[in-house]
Design a protein around this ligand. Structure first.
Ligand code: HEC
Ligand code: HEC
Ligand code: HEC
Ligand code: HEC
Ligand code: HEC
Length: 273
């Protein structure tokens, strides 16, 4: 009887373990369940295409779905695209920066005061000119390339901006790797990470000013901040090295003490009658 009970309990535990990953999968599958995707995935041409493009995007990865951008009701198929449920439709070219900028507030500000923002509607690029609309991926300096930028003007100024930013990007990556290494060793890296986060944020929105002078000056300021973080990292390295030396010293001293003790005992044993 007792054994049967144990067997039943074991079976329950096994069943629960088996169900766990499935429950987790159901929880993360959320956005796929919305009516926008259910219906649009079946539509042909330009009405179905956004679903496929969106699926591999950084927005899909972060739970930003159709209704996050276009509004509407993602749970009610009959009224999904009703303006009364907040449906915004498709933004016209001039409205795209504000449309994306609802969430990317800092970038929008830098963009609007830039030569690009000032040329909006008169040949200037919008957010989707550079990032795409549904297939937005993680941003990087690779977006600054001759093919994309020389659609409208020469690549010369762009190249200068890219070079200045590339240097800073390299420093950020090195510091990130070193910080992660210390974290793995159980060292408290909270303050370093916070510092890095702040620097990284102001760095990545900097591009949108497309102002060569400003990018130069800001890059210098950001690099000075990064140097400070680097000094902190060097300090930790130094401390670790000292601790290792002290550790090695302690081991040597213990060995020496053991040897002395052994020799003393030998001497003592010999003098025993
Ligand atoms: C039952 C099917 C169905 C559902 C549900 C649905 N759509 Fe649509 N959607 C359509 C069809 C069909 C069109 C094209 C014809 C039209 O504009 O009505 C369309 C067009 C659109 C357009 C382009 C409009 C334009 O002016 O060109 C957008 C944007 C859009 N849908 C977003 C959404 C969003 C966001 C949701 C969920 C909140 C959603 N749709 C839910 C069928 C659907
Ligand atoms: C990050 C914001 C964003 C998300 C998420 C998003 N869209 Fe869009 N969508 C846009 C923008 C911006 C445009 C206008 C693009 C342009 O003018 O290049 C657009 C245009 C469209 C159009 C009109 C296409 C055309 O050629 O006329 C449809 C249809 C559409 N979206 C459907 C969807 C559906 C369905 C989803 C979910 C799978 C979705 N969108 C998710 C931003 C978004
Ligand atoms: C409803 C809020 C929302 C809207 C509207 C929105 N985004 Fe995003 N976007 C996010 C979130 C959340 C992320 C992921 C977190 C992050 O990296 O900031 C993201 C990430 C991004 C990234 C990658 C950032 C990185 O770290 O490299 C880019 C580029 C981007 N969005 C561009 C756009 C563009 C272009 C539009 C308009 C077509 C847009 N977004 C509209 C919320 C939004
Ligand atoms: C859709 C057209 C378009 C695209 C694409 C575009 N630009 Fe521009 N850009 C403009 C316009 C318009 C101006 C305003 C000044 C002018 O007319 O040259 C400008 C100005 C600039 C300036 C300032 C030049 C100066 O004289 O100080 C820089 C730098 C710049 N763009 C960089 C870039 C980079 C980098 C890219 C690619 C990632 C890019 N642009 C893509 C249209 C574009
Ligand atoms: C001329 C091309 C161009 C235009 C126009 C443009 N971007 Fe960007 N964007 C870039 C580049 C290049 C980067 C990468 C900069 C970097 O790696 O530091 C970037 C980076 C970003 C990031 C990541 C910033 C971060 O904190 O990591 C977001 C979000 C973003 N852009 C959103 C937008 C939005 C929203 C608009 C419109 C208001 C816009 N971009 C207009 C080229 C552009």
């Amino acid at each position: 009887m007792r054994q049967l009970n144990v067997t039943i309990k074991l079976a329950w535990i096994l069943a629960a373990l088996f169900m766990m990953p499935q429950a987790a999968a159901a929880a993360t599958a959320g956005p796929v369940e919305i009516v926008c995707i259910q219906c649009h995935a079946k539509l042909p041409g330009k009405y179905g295409e956004p679903v496929k493009l969106w699926q591999g995007s950084i927005h899909a990865e972060n739970g930003i779905a159709c209704n996050s951008c276009h509004g509407g009701d993602p749970k009610d198929a009959a009224n999904a695209m009703s303006p009364a449920r907040g449906f915004l439709g498709v933004p016209k070219e001039g409205a795209i920066p504000a449309f994306c900028g609802r969430c990317h507030v800092g970038v929008l500000k830098d963009y609007l005061t830039s030569l690009h923002g000032k040329a909006l509607g008169r040949g200037g690029p919008t957010c989707v000119t550079c990032h795409g609309n549904h297939n937005v991926v993680k941003a990087s300096l690779d977006l600054i390339n001759e093919k994309s930028c020389s659609r409208c003007h020469s690549f010369k100024q762009a190249e200068k901006i890219k070079a200045a930013m590339h240097e800073t990007e390299k420093m950020i990556l090195t510091i990130e790797t070193r910080t992660a290494g210390f974290k793995q060793q159980g060292i408290d890296t909270d303050r370093l990470e916070k510092g890095l986060f702040a620097v990284r944020n102001s760095f990545h929105s900097l591009f949108h000013t497309v102002d060569t002078v400003k990018v130069g000056a800001e890059s210098a300021r950001i690099q000075a901040e990064l140097k400070k973080l680097e000094n902190t990292l060097n300090g930790i390295d130094e401390q670790l090295r000292k601790r290792k030396l002290i550790g090695a010293g302690a081991v040597a001293a213990a060995l020496l003490a053991a040897l002395l003790f052994y020799l003393l005992r030998k001497t003592f044993e010999r003098t025993e009658p």
